[in-house]
Design a protein around this ligand. Structure first.
Ligand code: ATP
Ligand code: MG
Length: 503
């Protein structure tokens, strides 16, 4: 047998081995290496002299790995599938491909894993487009400033911490303070809009993800949402790539000129997953044992959210971070605060006092959204912020003093009413005109004569009737036009009439 025919026979055997191991035929396989060791979500392999970083490699059993470390004698690979069927000595093949995920309309209303495989009971995706998971962020020249609001339906946020399309706003707080609730409510508020939503769960229990899916279905927004789930039970490598995969799915729509809202719940687990991989692959640990490029992995993720100049599309990111003991100066929270355009801080103390959503306004900020906020908010938001922050100080102070002058008492009473108005149930998102009416009512002292317990009912009465009664003012508010002084007065009168007639 000539050497050429030996080569072709070996090629055929090789092909048949690969096919019998359920390999996808489109993967172009060239080189073969060997597994040295495997465990804890990573594998060390040798051979494959030409392999490059971030390349996909394929194991004998058809499972995939991502090349991460290129050492002198060894390659460190992050496993993207279960490692049960991989053993030392197994063959591993180059694919000359980078990792990609399916993108497009077919993913809407589906639950998928970070490789784009269906996790719900519906059928697999048919002929879809694939895009690389790691993509470059839009250049500065291709970015437009944030100029359109993204209404969350949460009064405190829309009035005081406005978010614009293309903005990155961090949600952070201790365990069980309502972080997910804010993100899910923001998705629910996109119900009758064109905004496409992506909920990316990282390191969560499967039951938690199922609950979010059920909530989205219940509020009729699931059909416009992609849920990408990398629960705590999946290989840690999948948890690591999950937010990048979700972002790629969003970018597809953004590049077509559409608006996307993406929630990463939560990046603490993403950082932990990455730390685990880096430590196992013996990358030098730094602060809190995180590897040196931990800032970069989140920066390159969030930089991909933008308002694009060319297509006009946008991707608004709401990354979530869990703090411990309200320590916002810990390593990962400070990193993310510096990467994002603002933060919403949730306070466990407010949560315990039943002030929900438990947003600590003093520690929260939105750096770019103000420019995009609807003009009607601006006539009330300044006064509201001032009155509320003064109230918070006075409230703390008044605990130590029993004798207060009349002005101070008035400010405290007004502040209590503002807090009451800002309290909002989960899943009860408020429409723009209703929000403006409530804010105008409280800042003009329409609730001052009421008892605190009556305010919720009064708010409900205003909300139910304002759209009908306000007429042209409501059209103007929605169109983002400024209200004249006389129109503000009209609005106050209308609200007064509603309260007088129906409350
Ligand atoms: P974890 O740290 O476990 O992820 P989390 O910070 O995401 O928790 P959530 O799960 O969103 O917190 O909320 C905790 C609990 O508080 C839930 O039971 C939720 O229903 C309740 N909750 C949150 N926001 C509100 C609200 N505005 N009104 C009433 N209940 C709320
Ligand atoms: Mg949560």
């Amino acid at each position: 047998m000539t050497s050429e025919s030996i080569v072709s026979v070996v090629d055929q055997i090789f092909e048949s081995i690969v096919k019998s191991k359920k390999s996808t035929p489109d993967l172009f396989i060239r080189e073969k290496g060997e597994v040295r060791s495997v465990g804890e979500g990573i594998a060390r392999i040798c051979g494959l002299p030409n392999v490059v970083t971030d390349e996909l490699v394929k194991f004998n059993d058809g499972s995939l790995g991502l090349v991460y470390n290129l050492d002198e004698y060894e390659i460190g690979v992050i496993l993207l599938d279960d490692e049960q069927h991989i053993d030392a000595g197994d063959e591993v093949f180059r694919t000359e491909r980078v990792l990609g995920v399916p993108v497009g309309e077919t993913l809407l209303g589906r639950v998928v894993d970070p490789l784009g495989r269906s996790l719900d009971d519906k059928s697999a995706f048919r002929a879809v487009t694939y895009l690389a998971v790691e993509r470059e962020a839009p250049s500065i020249m291709n970015r437009e400033s944030v100029d359109t609001p993204l209404q969350t339906g949460i009064l405190t946020i829309d009035a005081l911490l406005p978010i614009g399309r293309g903005q990155r706003e961090l949600i952070l707080g201790d365990r069980q303070t309502g972080k997910t609730a804010i993100a899910v409510d923001s998705i629910i508020n996109q119900k009758d809009t064109e905004v496409i939503c992506i909920y990316c769960a990282i390191g969560k229990q499967r039951a938690e993800v199922n609950r979010v899916v059920a909530d989205l279905k219940k509020h009729d927004v699931f059909e416009n949402t992609i849920v990408l789930s990398a629960s705590s039970s999946v290989p840690v490598g999948l948890q690591y790539i999950a937010p990048y995969a979700a972002t790629t799915m969003g970018e597809y729509f953004m590049e077509q000129g559409r608006d996307v809202l993406i929630v990463y719940d939560d990046l603490t687990w993403h950082a932990r997953a990455y730390r685990e991989l880096a430590l196992l692959l013996r990358r030098p640990p730094g602060r809190e044992a995180f590897p040196g490029d931990i800032f970069h992995i989140h920066a390159r993720l969030l930089e991909r959210s933008a308002h694009l100049k060319e297509s006009g599309g946008s991707m608004t990111a709401l990354p979530i971070i869990e703090t411990q003991g309200q320590d916002i100066s810990a390593f990962i929270p400070t990193n993310l605060i510096s990467i994002t355009d603002g933060q919403i801080f949730l306070s466990p103390e407010l949560f315990q006092k039943d002030v929900l959503p438990a947003i600590d306004i003093g520690k929260s900020v939105s750096r770019v959204g103000g420019a995009a906020q609807l003009l009607a908010y601006r006539m009330v938001s300044e006064e509201l912020r001032l009155a509320y922050s003064q109230f918070e100080e006075l409230e703390a102070f008044s605990r130590f003093s029993s004798r207060l002058d009349e002005d101070t008492l008035k400010q405290i009473e007004r502040g209590k009413r503002i807090r009451e108005v800002l309290c909002q149930d989960q899943f009860d998102t408020i429409e723009v005109v209703q929000q403006i009416a409530l804010l105008v009512a409280v800042t003009n002292g329409l609730f001052d004569e009421m008892e605190l317990f009556q305010i919720e009912a009064a708010c409900n009465v205003i909300r139910a009737n304002i759209e009908f009664e306000a007429g042209t003012i409501s059209t103007k508010v929605k169109a983002g036009e400024k209200l004249e002084k006389s129109e503000c007065e009209d609005l106050v009168n209308t609200i007064n009439n509603i309260l007088a007639k129906r409350f």
